[in-house]
Design a protein around this ligand. Structure first.
Ligand code: ZN
Length: 151
């Protein structure tokens, strides 16, 4: 992995090969994850061989975008200056319904952070991600509560 500074930091590098398909899917409003061709498990984070069976071939596969809130934190102070104009925001880990072992690092939107609870249903919501000092935005999968308390 390159640690070279990119002009668009801290926007994700959508051209980085291991996650390029993920960002391309997001641009189409599709949540796609690599699924092992041998055993069918989702392989996340996509850093090489299947964690379950060791096979190294996978197919990027669309998932429903429905999941559960595993954990979260309200960010009130920006550790990276480019996010200073976005605090407070809620960052979290979301499991996908297709495989609760898969936990995506994401941001929770359209939510009352005081009403968040472990294991509430959430659904994906594709939004532009912008950071201060970078002209372009990229489409990223955010999540929003999907239970009776919200849509
Ligand atoms: Zn496998």
């Amino acid at each position: 992995m390159s640690t070279k500074f990119r002009a668009e930091f801290p926007l994700p590098d959508v051209d980085w090969e291991p996650t390029r398909a993920f960002w391309a899917g997001a641009a189409r409003s599709e949540l796609v994850l690599p699924r092992c061709d041998a055993c069918g498990r989702y392989v996340w984070y996509p850093d090489g061989a299947c964690h379950r069976c060791g096979a190294d071939r996978h197919t990027w596969t669309a998932v429903s975008g429905r999941g559960r809130l595993f954990s979260w934190a309200v960010v009130r102070r920006a550790f990276i200056p480019q996010f200073a104009d976005q605090v407070p925001y809620v960052t979290g880990l979301v499991t996908i319904d297709e495989d609760p072992a898969v936990r995506l690092a994401t941001r929770l939107v359209d939510c009352d952070d005081g009403a968040l609870r472990v294991d509430i249903p959430v659904r994906v919501s594709f939004r532009p991600l912008r950071v201060a000092g970078v002209d372009r935005a990229i489409v990223a999968p955010f999540f929003t509560p999907a239970g009776p308390e919200k849509g």
